[in-house]
Design a protein around this ligand. Structure first.
Ligand code: GLC
Length: 563
């Protein structure tokens, strides 16, 4: 199937920004962020150059997992507002050219969802089969849970009917049986509802878990197709329902190596997920940063499948709302990254990840931070920011677990960082303290200071948007002799750029050849005044400061392009 003959591929060079409503901006003083608060900040996001907001779950929920345990897929948690506020947000965002995608959690519900309440009442209840039950003792499954610090395994015994139900995450998040056609219909209706409300797509949670249910023992009574057919069907549904108003996307959370991700894109057909976070490259990137060597990152990018359909896209990120997971690295590699960036036990999560934001991991070094964000925007694909990254917010390790990185957005050097007028004890989460407290890090000051990280991110977003080579182009590693320098080239149609990043604190002079370019071609720096020219050997020589970065557009003789 050709998915997008006529579709708008806006996501190929979008700037995505993830928001946890609970901690973004509280407009009514109850200590909890809300839709109206976010709506008031749309122009702040537009100023950064964000053109797609990803809203974390805002649905009614007992909040055992930060809202990823949903009790009503159609609702808006009243703490955040109502459907009217949601529509206002979407309308205003669209007015600023910002699309809105929302989390779609199809692997599980909350145990408080009416479906599960009914499901557990008796083995004969019509909702029984909405979930995955087994009558035999599953034995020890402690190695399969996603939350080893709080769960013993992936099955929980339910007294009432004497059976076990499946949950890959918390026991308060029973896994839906997505093999059941009735559940599939429900999921389609949920997607259809939010599309009709005006969203531009979904960040699809825990995709491999959600579709692999079809492979569980005892699930075969539904005479199922292969699990990926289900993902294909979801995409086709999305495409049908969004064809009238641009193209909606499915951005999937698939934390697997590239080769396996390929099947989640739908192979060369590209008829499943539109986008996927590149967890593999993210983890190799942090290994490279820890070693101060480019090879792990360069190799990861080079190992991306070459034959992806043009309609698909990788989403790049540095940090997100979860722990920085390092589970795709070997044990020894993981130790290297943990030693470098999470030396204390309190920095770590569940043995496999880091519950810190980037500035803390870099010991607050502003040069390294700027280089890292330059790299994020320079990676082939679409960059995704987590709220607060643009101003260099830190974590609060006193907040337990993964929530250490989900502290209130720091708007100003004011009470509660300008997030809320409530008493500090009423806040959804404690504000960061110490060197990352609002008096040091806040958006108001960052806006005024032209040299702030915020202005750096704004410039990067602008240049990224002006450089379709990065989002659309083909990637190549550029040969040069310094192991600490990540040098890559992206080429799209008749445009080409060389991007250089120095992963060490010492300056370095990099020379590289561009044999296919004409002598005299100019390499124009898009972020700096400096530029250079290809000499008679087709070689360029570029000076880089410690943790330096250069974005060089190749400008051929007579090229009228604005650079
Ligand atoms: C995803 C989310 C995470 C959540 C989990 C279960 O991994 O990113 O925050 O806990 O799914 O829904």
């Amino acid at each position: 199937m050709r998915i997008t003959e006529t579709a708008d591929l806006w996501y190929k060079n979008a700037v995505v920004y993830c928001i946890d409503l609970e901690t973004y901006l509280d407009s009514d003083g109850d200590g909890i962020g809300d839709l109206h608060g976010l709506t008031q900040r749309i122009d702040y996001l537009a100023e950064i150059g964000v053109n797609c907001i990803w809203l974390m779950p805002f649905y009614p929920s007992p909040r055992r997992d930060n809202g990823y345990d949903i009790s009503d897929f159609y609702g808006v948690d009243s703490r955040y507002g109502n459907h009217g506020d949601f529509v206002e947000l979407v309308r205003l965002a669209h007015d600023r050219g910002i699309r809105v995608i929302v989390d779609l959690v199809i692997n599980h519900t909350s145990d408080q969802h009416p479906w599960f309440r009914k499901s557990r009442t008796s083995a004969q209840n019509p909702y029984r089969d909405y979930y995955v039950w087994r009558s035999e003792d599953p034995g020890d499954t402690s190695d399969q849970t996603m939350f080893p610090d709080s769960e013993d395994g992936i099955w929980t015994y339910d007294e009432k009917t004497g059976e076990w139900y499946l949950h890959h995450f918390l026991h308060t998040q029973p896994d839906l049986n997505t093999a059941n056609p009735a559940v599939r219909d429900e999921i389609a209706k949920i997607m259809g509802f939010w599309l009709q409300v005006g969203v531009d797509g979904f960040r699809v949670d825990a995709v491999p878990f959600a579709i692999n249910q079809t492979t569980f023992e005892g699930r075969d009574e539904h005479d199922l197709d292969e699990p990926h057919d289900y993902l294909r069907a979801l995409r086709a549904f999305l495409q049908r329902r969004s064809s009238g108003h641009g193209s909606a996307i499915m951005l999937g959370e698939v934390n697997l190596p590239h080769e396996e991700q390929m099947t989640f894109f739908g192979g060369e057909d590209g008829d499943q997920l539109t986008m996927q976070f590149d967890f593999f490259t993210n983890q190799r990137l942090f290994l490279g940063l820890a070693r101060q060597q480019a090879a792990p990152l360069a190799d990861a990018l080079a190992s991306r499948p070459q034959n992806l359909s043009l309609e698909t896209q990788y989403a790049n990120f540095l940090r997100n709302h979860d722990e920085l997971t390092l589970d795709l690295l070997t044990e020894q590699e993981r130790e290297e990254v943990l030693d470098a960036f999470a030396p204390e036990e309190e920095h770590r999560f569940a043995g496999r990840g880091i519950r810190r934001r980037l500035p803390g991991m870099f010991g607050g070094d502003p040069r390294r931070l700027r280089m890292a964000y330059s790299l994020l925007f320079a990676l082939p694909g679409t960059p995704v920011l987590f709220y607060g990254e643009e101003i260099g917010m830190g974590e609060n390790l006193d907040v337990p677990g993964r929530e250490a990185v989900r502290t209130p957005m720091q708007w100003a050097d004011a009470k509660n960082g300008g997030f809320s007028t409530a008493k500090p004890s009423q806040l959804a989460r404690a504000v960061a303290e110490g060197s990352y407290a609002p008096e040091h890090i806040n958006a108001a000051e960052a806006r005024r200071d032209q040299d702030s990280l915020l202005h750096h991110v704004i410039r990067l977003a602008k240049r990224y948007r002006e450089s379709p080579e990065i989002g659309w182009g083909a990637f190549e590693v550029v040969e040069q002799e310094h192991e600490q320098v990540m040098a890559h080239r992206v080429t799209w149609e008749d445009r080409s750029m060389v991007l250089l990043h120095n992963l060490r604190s010492e300056p370095v002079t990099v020379s590289f050849e561009l044999q296919d370019e004409e002598v005299g071609a100019e390499l124009v720096d898009l972020l700096d005044e400096a530029s250079c020219v290809l000499d008679s050997d087709h070689t360029a020589e570029v000076q880089m400061g410690g943790y330096g970065y250069r974005w060089l557009r190749i400008r051929r003789a007579g090229d009228p392009r604005l650079v």
